[in-house]
Design a protein around this ligand. Structure first.
Ligand code: FAD
Length: 484
């Protein structure tokens, strides 16, 4: 039986990002992926939000994505566009990029980090005991791991086999989505009616069309027929526009569910296996990548023996509430997608409200992921929030904060008198950086905050401790987040 420290079921965006995070921490990790390559039929996620670009920047790989996508203002709430160009972040925008491109870049990164990938195979079952998990593959092979992480999507076999509940709401609406050609001249653009929102647009090749049609009442089955597509077009547009050469036809719904637990002993969940929702607001892939960045370093520290298993409890404690809030926003967006007169009136009023400074900033920060706060302890506003990417002056010259996080190791950034903070017991795993910073400290939504004299930054870029002239609380924070 082949052994790995961690086996990840599913090499979609979440599984690939998690594999890279674990490999950076020198964990022996393997990915098992059903697909033979990164090709995805049709289209799924179309963009990366600001915080996702930031976490990729923290690992030094944001440029790979920026080089292939298109920078744009993509944040929206309830379908109402929100501009973040005045936000205090280097990435005050999103990136329009197809999911298969995102996956190709992540897969190349995983290869670069020499992660073992078993492609063209499925995880078909597993059994866990006190010391590990036996993972069965569809080719008859078995793997033994200390931990198994299910990144195997919304229908997760790992979640089901671990007996983890998936409570939530069934579909209230479903959508047909297709890539087609049409003989007739379709009406391009978005259309709303009392059934919901529909649209027809040209694909990049200028020849084929992308069709999105909402169905009321919701229908089941993600393999609809061409006849169903024709019927839906005729019902909504009065004609099927001579639809032909359908290269992709699928159905998705607004079913909204979140795993009751993100961990069952040695089995963990991340990404769509832990939460599903409507694609409104373009959150799914982004949440998966951020789950991976929250979990990766913690699992690495537990596997490497530097932290107790209880560190893993903070994964659910931190990520579950953030995702629950996003799920609520996607449910509201679906409700507001209807095009009847009353819903139109409500949308108009909300549009006006969201143009006001305070609501715009608040909801834009939520949808772009820039306001995520993990509730670590009361105190300075930076605690639990993302560390801003400041321009520092260090003994080795100018450095950006994010470049200090490339290796996914914690950083104690000392902005006070050099050398005063003693981290001797943690010196092998925490980088201590003495630096100067003269600018303002500004956070999205909150605005200016008091300048600290030091900060302990976790590998995921969240602030775990803030120094305000003394080292009070530093040892406790180091013990909690960096191990004994
Ligand atoms: C129409 C549509 C539009 C969307 N638009 C957006 C958007 O704009 N922005 C956004 O952020 N998100 C969007 N999403 C959501 C996004 O696609 C998902 O949230 C994202 O793919 C989740 O990534 P994941 O890695 O968690 O799961 P998945 O992408 O589902 O990956 C799971 C992987 O596991 C593999 N797998 C499954 N079972 C097994 C098994 N037993 N063994 C081995 N491998 C297995 C699968 O082959 C797959 O590669 C959209 C989704 C849809 C359907």
């Amino acid at each position: 039986m082949t052994k790995h420290a961690v086996v990840i079921a599913g090499g979609g965006p979440t599984g690939l990002m998690l594999a890279a995070e674990l490999a950076l921490a020198r964990v022996d990790v393997a990915v098992v992926e059903r697909r033979v390559n990164e090709d995805l039929p049709g289209s799924r996620a179309g963009g990366l939000h600001s915080r996702t670009l930031e976490v990729l920047d923290q690992r030094g790989i944001a440029d790979r994505f920026l080089a292939q996508g298109q920078v744009a203002q993509i944040a929206s709430f309830l379908g109402i566009p929100l501009d973040i160009s005045d936000f205090p972040t280097r990435h005050n925008y999103g990136l329009v990029q197809s999911q298969d491109r995102t996956e190709r870049i992540l897969a190349a990164r995983v290869d670069e980090l020499e992660v073992v990938t078993y492609r063209g195979r499925e995880v078909t079952g597993f059994a866990q005991d006190d010391t590990g998990v036996d993972v069965e593959l569809s080719d008859g092979r078995s793997l033994r791991a200390k931990y198994l992480v299910g990144c195997d999507g919304g229908r997760s076999l790992v979640r089901k086999n671990a007996g983890i509940d998936f409570p939530g709401w069934g579909p209230s609406t479903s959508y047909l989505i297709a890539f087609v050609e049409m003989t007739g001249e379709p009406e391009l653009g978005v259309r709303r009616d009392d059934k919901g929102i529909h649209g027809i647009g040209r694909l990049e090749d200028g020849k084929r069309l992308r069709v999105l049609l909402s169905e009321q009442p919701a229908r089941q089955g993600d393999e609809p027929t061409l006849d169903e597509l024709r019927e839906a077009l005729i019902a909504l547009y009065g004609t099927d526009f001579g639809v032909h050469d359908v290269t992709w036809l699928s159905r998705f719904t607004d079913a909204t569910r979140q795993a009751a637990s993100y961990r069952e002993r040695r089995v963990l969940l991340a990404g769509d296996s832990a939460h599903v929702h409507s694609p409104a607001g373009g959150q799914g892939l982004n949440m998966g990548i951020q789950d991976a960045v929250n979990l990766g370093w913690k699992l690495a520290q537990v596997v490497n023996g530097t932290s107790p298993e209880s560190l893993l409890d903070s994964y659910q404690a931190e990520r579950h509430p953030i995702t629950a809030r996003v799920l609520k926003s996607t449910m509201a967006a679906t409700a507001l997608a209807r095009g009847d007169d009353r819903t139109n009136a409500l949308r108009e009023i909300l549009s006006e409200i969201l143009k006001m400074e305070e609501p715009r900033k608040r909801y834009a920060a939520m949808m772009s992921g820039l306001d995520h706060r993990y509730h670590l302890a009361p105190g300075h506003p930076l605690l639990g929030r993302r560390m801003p990417d400041l321009d520092l002056l260090t003994a080795n010259g100018p450095r950006r904060v994010f470049t200090l996080l490339h290796d996914a190791r914690p950083v104690l950034l000392n902005l006070g008198e050099p050398g005063v903070l003693d981290i001797a017991p943690w010196a092998d795993r925490v980088q201590r950086v003495d630096a100067r910073y003269a600018g303002a400290w500004e956070l999205p939504v909150l605005g200016a905050v008091a300048a600290p004299t030091a900060v302990l930054i976790r590998p995921d870029g969240h602030v775990a401790w803030v120094g305000e002239g003394t080292d009070q609380g530093l040892r406790d924070a180091l013990t909690a987040w960096c191990g004994m």
